[in-house]
Design a protein. Structure first.
Length: 167
């Protein structure tokens, strides 16, 4: 069995000086795994994120960061969000770090409607009747983190690529 707590304590910190973007590392085996968000009240955050649709994969207690609760979306086999809770650190101060998280949905209208049935109000001002443009709506979690919901147009890749920025 893999010892996650021990692995967290042994992860080295690397700092690389970047001189310009065109000389970026070309490591083919790298991919983003998930984001860890510090939360003030774990129960309140779990209630919110499970209402949004996340599933709890597991929990790791006793880490140097506090309790880690791993979440994934129903159609994603992998953890995409980690809730980090340490009651001794008090309330979350958002500061100027994370601006927002982005979650892709199949149908923005259906998702906004379903969230409303669970008492979560979405700002759907980016919802339009334009089948050729991305559709967006916004949520705010209990600690103030903003979440952008995106529905890509038919035929769009599963995420953003260089093609989205081509002239």
């Amino acid at each position: 069995m893999y010892n996650l707590i021990g692995a967290l304590m042994r992860v080295p910190t690397m700092r690389a000086r970047r001189t310009h973007l065109s000389n970026s590392l070309r490591l083919q085996s790298m991919r983003m795994l998930h984001v860890g968000l510090r939360v003030s009240k774990l129960d309140r955050s779990l209630e919110f994120y499970t209402a949004v649709g996340y599933l709890v994969v597991g929990t790791v207690e006793g880490t140097p960061f506090g309790t880690l609760t791993m979440l994934r979306l129903p159609d994603d086999p992998f953890v995409s969000l980690e809730l980090v809770h340490d009651p001794e650190k008090g309330a979350v101060d958002l500061g100027t770090g994370i601006n927002h998280l982005v979650v892709q949905v199949a149908s923005l209208r259906d998702t906004v409607s379903e969230l409303g049935r669970h008492g979560i109000v979405a700002d759907a001002s980016g919802l339009r009747d334009d089948a050729h443009s991305p559709q967006t709506a916004w949520l705010t979690d209990p600690d103030g983190y903003r979440i952008e919901l995106v529905q890509w147009p038919a035929g769009h890749a599963a995420g953003m690529t260089e093609a989205d920025f081509a002239p």
